[in-house]
Design a protein around this ligand. Sequence first.
Ligand code: HEC
Length: 162
Amino acid sequence: MNTYIRPIAMASAFLLGGMAAQAQGLLMPDFDAELGRELYASKGCVVCHSVNGIGGIDAPALDYDPAQGPMDPFDFAAKMWRGAEVMIYMQQDELGGQIEITGPELAAIIAFAHDPAEQAKFSMDDVPEEIADMLHEADDEHQDEEADADHDDTPDADEGHD
Ligand code: HEC
């Protein structure tokens, strides 16, 4: 093969490969981290997941660690899918139902989960009152659980010691 043609052939194969991944029927959403900060709180993710030290402790914190490198947003969605059974069960218990979410909303939340500047801005001021109430209820339940180390739903202090 001619030495000039080979790199060109390789480059075009690479480009075609890249293009094949963008199927004609796909549309990439906006990854709006500022909107994500709002939705992360208003949709109730914050009831269980913390960011910047604010939020529930029932689930892994969603602070972005730059050391982990950039993330494929679909890997984030796949992690949610993997945790879905537990998450939905707990949402029914703590929020009264499954969180409704659209694709663009999820894209915004994923952007927030990977944007250290937006995460640093996150405070209780972002959390609507009704969500803040649920957050406090979840915290209270936790304190009750901690006072009931043997998990029999009776606070240990109330149990007879004979
Ligand atoms: C009622 C509690 C609750 C709510 C609300 C909730 N989650 Fe979760 N989430 C969990 C729990 C518990 C897990 C861990 C599940 C497991 O380990 O199987 C989890 C797991 C995850 C994971 C995977 C984390 C990992 O490191 O593997 C992601 C990502 C996630 N949730 C995102 C969200 C987003 C985004 C929202 C809001 C739209 C949300 N969650 C709302 C409880 C919740």
